[in-house]
Design a protein around this ligand. Sequence first.
Ligand SMILES: [Cu+2]
Length: 171
Amino acid sequence: MRVRILILAATLAIAGLVAASCGGGGDDNTSMGGMDMSGATPTMASGADGSTEMVTLSNWAVEPSSKTLTAGKITFMATHAMDHSAANMTGQEGATHQLLVAPLPAGAKAGQSKFGAPVVNLTDIKPGESKTAQVELAAGTYELACLVVEQVNGQTVNHYEKGMFTQVTVN
Ligand SMILES: [Cu+2]
């Protein structure tokens, strides 16, 4: 999966370059328009750098592959673990999950709803589905949480209150 993520990141970077240089006019970008990534990869390597944090979402836990990350570009890949009887999700708790990443102020801990403005918010992640986002994170403590609140058979199910939070440290 890491290769796919890097290719996606490179594709986005190229798209950005093409869009940016189109404004200036005159440059011949036709060679960048195709899907041939082999020529573009070396120059894009620095832009596609960074680490990947795999995050497993389930009823009721947020489980990152690493609790300690290196500051800089980090790709969060959130996967909704397939732990439902897939045939019919209606009436089941945890039909979708979310991955929110937000900084924690000094002294605060995950689970206290004290996190700041989110830097990642991947929503509506269905069973078996993965969603990714890349961000540049400075050193600090961050909360990873799912804030889905759903009504199941007349009951309110609050994923955060069920325990869908954890925290990671960026150094
Ligand atoms: Cu959830």
